[in-house]
Design a protein around this ligand. Structure first.
Ligand SMILES: [Zn+2]
Ligand SMILES: [Zn+2]
Length: 174
């Protein structure tokens, strides 16, 4: 189910508002490497009326089970961030945004703000380029497929001896 916020209505009487909202992880439509179990994600939202639109600040402090890019083990990936985005109908006045400028996005409908899409995007942006169960994950052996964090094998030594012409060179040079 998609949650829509009526920003106009939410900020009718006050210039800002802060609240928590729970969204089922399954409703976020995340890619396959996110393990979509039955679980809610608690999101802290801060809505602020701005002359050009609405500044929405999201704070997330949770874990989502993900599969490691190297060893494929499912592990809890931490998500701990706060991001502010200006949603506006106006295009930025200056083409060049300075670093202090808020990241801005086009606001389609202030009465129907798609919260799921926003949370999804922020999770994607805050996912590391390489998702690793631990920084020094050794991954899977490309020859026998064992998880090298848990077991060891001598495939690489064997293969190096057989295939590489450099192995022969190495011996000659010694
Ligand atoms: Zn791993
Ligand atoms: Zn192996």
């Amino acid at each position: 189910m998609t949650i829509f916020l009526n920003l106009k209505e939410e900020l009718k009487r006050e210039p800002f508002k802060e609240f928590f909202i729970s969204i089922p992880l399954k409703d976020l439509d995340l890619p396959e490497n996110y393990y979509l179990e039955e679980k809610n994600i608690d999101v802290k939202l801060h809505l602020l009326k701005d002359k050009d639109g609405y500044v929405i600040t999201i704070t997330l402090n949770t874990t989502v089970n993900m599969s490691c890019d190297r060893c494929l083990t499912v592990f809890p990936q931490k998500f701990e961030f706060t991001e502010s985005v200006l949603f506006t109908k106006k295009l930025p006045k200056h083409q060049e945004l300075s670093e202090e400028d808020l990241y801005s996005e086009y606001l389609e409908d202030e009465e129907k703000f798609n919260l799921n899409e926003f949370v999804r995007e922020e999770i994607l942006v805050n996912t590391p380029m390489k998702v690793l169960c631990k920084e020094d994950c050794k991954g899977l052996c490309p020859y026998c497929g064992i998880n090298k964090n848990e077991e060891s094998c001598d495939c690489e030594i064997k293969m190096r001896g057989k295939e590489s012409p450099f192995a022969k060179l190495e011996k000659l040079l010694k």
